[in-house]
Design a binder for this molecule. Structure first.
Ligand code: IMP
Length: 457
């Protein structure tokens, strides 16, 4: 039952793409379990850089089946563009499967997301403007359209006729925007369905079959714990659950099927969008980190806010995700800084607080209490063993590990896969398959021709 969840421990952009890439050799399947094209994964493969928003980075390896799970919201135009881009660059996309139950981001969701943000004026969430929130909201209201609806023109028309008048009403009356035309949306949606038909599947059974066979399955979260709808600083969060628990609801596995949770974090912090950020740096040191770390949004191109590492939410993230081990990324970016700070607690209204306050109001009043560490000047890109790191860097990594309370097993010292220190890294556990023949149960009958092929491969 070797299912491993990869989860961001900060505000997203921790380098989860590199972690997945690093583990890819050992896995048969990679599953995205939440979010949409608000995410951006950058994978460096030799001289090539791939920027992916929806398709899991496992697609770059011919032996991996890549799934977009039911918990993801899919902009079909983005997905088609990504599949075409990959095919043009010689990547085989035949093993990409998308859940029939995943919700579709419609053009009106995007228009509403942007219009609502504009209305918030000084209180913007700073969304990526991709229609993520309105799509998840419609899912909860049970007026969403799902990927399977793209294959049924009559059903789609019927549902759209029920939904669209309300959407247009809000767009026109409330926001002074143009209405959407039902026939044009229908044509567009049917064209998406035709193109994506071979990729649609009941992904839950694909995951369950893989686990039953004893295959390694990697479940990859987008964004990070501090942007979690329930556990981040609401309302400055995304509208899904990036935490490891989201892998169960959005990937189609049970809690006891998760074997390992690898938390991913950077040696400093970044945040895109609004919201309280106690350790934010607005000085030269912050600008230097942003520049060396190339901290610009993959999707929006916005400069990311940069700050010192904050151990207060780290302790929370380790607990709420049941993190078993950690990959620490971008340690090399801190080279050349005289003094590194690590936030270990907050002072809020005159009191020392060590537990992460999920209330955005409390967090906005938090003053960081720092531990200070002497920096190091050496470049560390070429180092492959923790013992060869400068003494100051080792002390900093040890402090992070102590706050996390779980081992840091991998330390990244550069963007390439080889620029990784494997510290106490052991190949992921392998346990024998569960009882029952592969493909048994409803999987075989529930699977259409497309996914039956993928499951059997
Ligand atoms: P939304 O997910 O577009 O609704 O945006 C909600 C919040 O999450 C905003 O602060 C975004 O900047 C942030 N966000 C969404 N996706 C990402 C990501 O992949 N990395 C970092 N921040 C993100």
């Amino acid at each position: 039952m070797p299912a491993t969840v990869i989860v961001g421990l900060q505000w997203g952009d921790e380098g989860k793409g590199k972690t997945t890439d690093f583990l890819a050799e050992q896995v048969a399947m990679v599953v995205r379990y939440q979010g949409g094209d608000n995410a951006g994964h950058t994978v460096v493969l030799g001289d090539e850089v791939f920027k992916l928003r929806l398709v899991p980075s496992g697609v770059l390896y011919p032996h991996i089946t890549s799934l977009i799970g039911n918990g993801v919201v899919v902009n079909p135009a983005t997905l088609i563009g990504e599949l075409d881009m990959l095919a043009e660059r010689g990547i085989d996309t035949a093993r990409v499967r998308v859940s029939r139950s995943a919700h579709v981001i419609m053009p009106y969701h995007i228009a509403l997301d942007r219009a609502m943000e504009n209305r918030l004026a000084g209180e913007k969430v700073g969304t990526t403007g991709r229609g993520i929130g309105p799509t998840y909201a419609d899912r909860a209201l049970r007026i969403g359209l799902r990927m399977e609806d793209l294959l049924d023109a009559d059903g789609f028309r019927h549902k759209l006729e029920r939904i669209l008048p309300d959407k247009n009403d809000i767009l026109v009356r409330r926001h002074g925007l143009e209405p959407f035309d039902a026939e044009r949306l229908l044509d567009e949606a049917m064209a998406w369905g035709e193109r994506l038909r071979p990729h649609l599947a009941d992904t839950t059974w694909l995951v369950q079959d893989a686990l039953r066979r004893g295959d390694h399955v990697l479940l990859e979260g987008a964004q990070g714990t501090l942007l979690d709808l329930d556990h981040g600083s609401y309302p400055f969060v995304t509208s899904s659950n990036p935490i490891a628990g989201g892998a169960c609801t959005g990937g189609g596995i049970g809690p006891l099927q998760v074997d390992e949770v690898i938390g991913v974090m950077k040696a400093y912090s970044t945040r895109v969008g609004s919201g309280p950020y106690p350790t934010e740096l607005t000085d030269e040191v912050g600008r230097g980190i942003a520049e060396r770390g190339r901290e610009y949004g993959t999707v929006t191109g916005r400069p990311r806010r940069v700050g010192w590492f904050d151990a207060v939410p780290l302790r929370y993230a380790v607990a709420v995700n049941s993190v078993s081990s950690i990959m620490l990324n971008k340690l090399d970016i801190l080279s050349g800084i005289d003094e590194i700070r690590l936030c270990v607690a907050y002072e809020i209204d005159g009191r020392r607080v060590e537990a992460w306050p999920s209330s955005a109001d409390l967090l906005a009043r938090a003053v960081p209490i720092y531990e200070r560490f002497p920096g190091w000047r050496e470049e560390i890109h070429g180092i492959r063993s923790i013992g060869d790191l400068p003494e100051q860097a080792r002390r900093y990594v040890a402090a992070l590990e102590e706050h996390a309370g779980v081992p840091i097993i991998l330390v990244s010292v550069g963007p390439e896969r080889t620029q990784t220190i494997e510290r106490a890294f052991r190949p992921m556990r392998w346990r024998p398959a569960l009882a029952g023949p592969p493909g048994a149960g409803p999987a075989a009958s529930a699977a259409g021709p497309a996914e039956a092929g993928a499951a059997g491969e």
